[in-house]
Design a protein around this ligand. Structure first.
Ligand code: 4NP
Length: 149
């Protein structure tokens, strides 16, 4: 059982990709899963059509409305997984001391590093994001399901 929030900048490309991948995992049934952006410019929008296309191809699409991170997210979630170092440092600045331990990079199981922002690139960047997040989430799911990983 886990409550996890995925965080990127705009909450339209990378963090909804992670949310869709995790929501589709059978182990995640009953978990609290959401995504949000460190910025609110795209609030209320669907996921980027390029993210939607990749999720649909994998049978992982879901209804998404972008939103910004709020102060309530820090107590509410067990883990807040940032897509890149900028997102993580934004979260670290805003997070109360008692919840700092919940913050890390989504790719920590792969040794850390950034999920590259695909927004200004071509569609292949979105496939790469999906591949990276799938591999990292395989490990996160094992950990949150209580298996050693
Ligand atoms: P995301 O990608 O943080 O993965 O949702 C981006 C979305 C929008 C912008 C940048 C990155 N933007 O500059 O509007």
């Amino acid at each position: 059982m886990a409550a996890v929030l995925f965080v990127c900048l705009g909450n339209i490309c990378r963090s909804p990709m992670a949310e869709g991948i995790l929501r589709a995992r059978p182990e995640a049934k009953g978990w609290t899963i959401d995504s949000a952006g460190t910025a609110g410019h795209h609030a209320g929008e669907h996921a980027d059509p390029r993210t939607e296309r990749v999720l649909r191809r994998h049978g992982q699409q879901f209804a998404h409305a972008a939103r910004a991170v709020t102060a309530d997210d820090f107590p509410r979630y067990d883990m807040l997984l940032a897509m890149d170092a900028d997102n993580l440092s934004d979260l670290r600045r805003r997070c109360p001391a008692g919840h700092q331990h919940k913050l890390t990079l989504a790719l920590e199981p792969l040794g850390g590093g950034d999920v590259p922002d695909p927004y200004y690139g071509g569609p292949e960047g979105f496939d790469h994001v999906h591949d990276l997040l799938t591999r990292a989430l395989d490990v996160w799911v094992q950990r949150w399901s209580g298996d050693a990983a």
